[in-house]
Design a protein around this ligand. Structure first.
Ligand code: UDP
Ligand code: MG
Length: 139
C-alpha cells in the first residue's frame, strides 16, 4: 500500500466517441490524481513497441492498427494502491466480462476496442509512463 502511480491511456474508440471527459470524471471521482496527461497519436510501429509483450499473440497486428487509428490520451495517475485499484475501476479486458459500473462495462465497444488501458504492475507502470512522458511533464 502507500501512494504509488499507475499509467493509463484512453484508447481511440473512447476518444473518437467523445467519452474522454466522462472517463476522466470517473477516474478523478475514484480518487486518482492526474500527474501527467496529453492528447497524442501513435504510429503503428510505436503502438507495436508499446505492446511488444504481445507480439506473438494472434491479435497483435490488429491491435497495432487499432491503437494507431486515432487520438489517444495517455495519463500518469497517483493514488494509494494505484495499480490494483485502477485495474478494478476499468474492469476485465473483455467488456462482456467486465463488472457493472466499470469503465470498460460502460464504454468499451469490443475486446479489442475496450476504451482504456491500465498497467498490470508497478514495474510496468514506470516503463509505460516513461514511454510517453519526460520528468518535466509531471506535476
Ligand atoms: N486484446 C485483443 N484481443 C484479445 C486480448 C486483448 O484485441 O483477445 C487487446 C485489448 O485492447 C487489450 C490489449 O490487447 O486491452 C492488451 O491485452 P491484455 O491481455 O494485456 O489486456 P489488458 O491488460 O488491457 O486488460
Ligand atoms: Mg495488459
Amino acid at each position: 500500500m502507500g501512494v504509488n502511480t499507475t499509467f493509463t491511456m484512453i484508447k481511440p474508440d473512447a476518444v473518437s466517441a467523445g467519452n474522454a471527459g466522462a472517463i476522466m470524471k470517473i477516474i478523478q471521482e475514484a480518487g486518482f490524481r492526474i500527474v501527467a496527461m496529453k492528447k497524442t497519436k501513435l504510429s503503428s510501429e510505436r503502438a507495436g513497441e508499446f505492446y511488444e509483450v504481445h507480439k506473438e499473440r494472434p491479435f497483435y497486428a490488429d491491435l497495432c492498427s487499432y491503437m494507431s487509428s486515432g487520438a489517444i490520451i495517455p495519463m500518469i495517475l497517483e493514488k494509494e494502491n494505484a495499480v490494483e485499484d485502477f485495474r478494478k475501476l476499468i474492469g476485465a479486458t473483455n467488456p462482456k466480462d467486465a463488472a457493472p459500473g466499470t469503465i470498460r462495462a460502460l464504454f468499451a465497444k469490443s475486446i479489442e476496442a475496450n476504451a482504456i488501458h491500465g498497467s498490470d504492475s508497478d514495474e510496468n507502470a514506470q516503463i509505460e509512463g516513461n514511454f510517453f512522458f519526460s520528468a518535466i511533464e509531471r506535476f
